[in-house]
Write a protein that binds this ligand. Sequence first.
Ligand code: TXE
Length: 492
Amino acid sequence: MSLAASRDIRTLAHFIAGRFVPPVAGTYVEDVAPATGAVIARLPRGDAADVGAAVEAARGAIDHGWRRSSTAERAELCEAIAARIEHRLDELAALESHDTGKPLALARRVDIPRAVANFRFFAGAVRHHATEMHEMQGAINYTLRRPLGVVGLITPWNLPLYLLTWKCAPALAMGNSVVAKPSELTPLTAAALAEIFLEAGAPAGVFNLVHGLGAEAGAALVEHADVAAVSFTGGTATGARVAAAAAPLFKKLSLELGGKNPTLVFADCDFEAAVEGSLLAGFLNQGQVCLCGSRILVERAIHDRFVDALVERVRAMRVGDPADEATCLGALVGLEHRDKVERYLQLARDDGGQVHGGARPDLPPPFDRGAFLQPAVVTGLPHSCRFVQEEIFGPVVSVHPFDDEEEAVTLANDVRYGLSASLWTRDLERAHRVSARLETGMVWVNTWLLRDLRVPFGGAKQSGVGREGGRWSLEFFSEARNVCIQLENKKP
Ligand code: TXE
């Protein structure tokens, strides 16, 4: 559809220095609803000029008082933002579902409430935050935590508002100002968040939003000399580009990247709970969560029974209209992404795998033009093949038998990623033993995605660098300064 011909689509703007402004170059890109293929908005195709203006506004905010703001003021701003997100929960959930294709019920139950929780949590965390003191003979050291200045936040399309607020709340709570670059595929809730900052009376320039493509606006943000730190969540290949651009500038960098997470199911598990848990871990948000368990390793004694139960449940999952309460799986983020997932299913067939499911569903208009795909379970694949080794980020899992704990751990660690794992067993000693040997940043035992916002979140190996969450976020978004005071008049 030509942009000129479409009158009823929304035109988004950047949010810079407390005002909504058009892009300097005057160019836009289309935002498409994945469930219907309809263009629902156009967003500024931001470039270095827009990023430059946003960084200048963010710097200005610091110089004009944000630097001197008290912890209480910043915590109150976070609480005010949380309250306004909560007040607009239904509207924001609808925007998120429309923009991503995810079930509305999921956005209402998870995405938006977690965005509220992020701001509330970091308001509390910064109020209670304490720094360290190291005592010496005749001297003390204490640690000051100072804001970094302007920080860049780059976020993906799978959990748009949730991940943006996960970074934005601690960055602001620690006294930084923010330039955010949301995914060009899902800009709507970020735009709404800018409105919320305006309504909440946040100081101009404290929160800035630049829309645009990753290689343009995103790259310009990473390369800007006045951006002190970048927190990035996205694909591993993009993370490598961000790291390469940031390294010569010595920016602080937090990278939350991809995963190919194992679910380990031992024969001594609670069978029903393990099947349900593996189902949730495999297919939540159409399998588009970095923490999804896409490799299911099952002890041989229960493997066949497990596959039968999983396939039966996967076949019963309803795919379709994201607004329908009965829908389990909505659309993938776009047609190109669905093509990618389908190519992986073909690769799996070529490598000798049996694919259960994975067809395009037959849906009535307007969903016949949407990026829908039936969920799939693949069996019979060697662990070394691409389907099993690479992050696919769709509603597809592979299941593999193992004979003993040693083999389970070897297979679990046999990928270049190391984000998370979940293991299902009733043997407590085994749970501790295996958890200690898994090369991942996070391990869940007899559960998945149970989140405490105080704990370290992040990955090992090619799943990322650094940790966010609780004090890890507060530390990332601040610079530690040691002050050493001699108490007695001794020569150093
Ligand atoms: O993400 P990108 P894409 C994985 C998943 C997916 C693949 C690619 O496997 O299929 O990555 O997805 C911005 N400098 N994940 O291409 O490109 C971009 O605009 C600075 C896993 O959509 O990584 C967006 O805002 N920024 C994942 C953000 O980076 C750049 C979530 C993420 O986009 C940039 C999403 C550049 N050169 C995808 N290029 C997870 N782990 O949660 C792009 N961007």
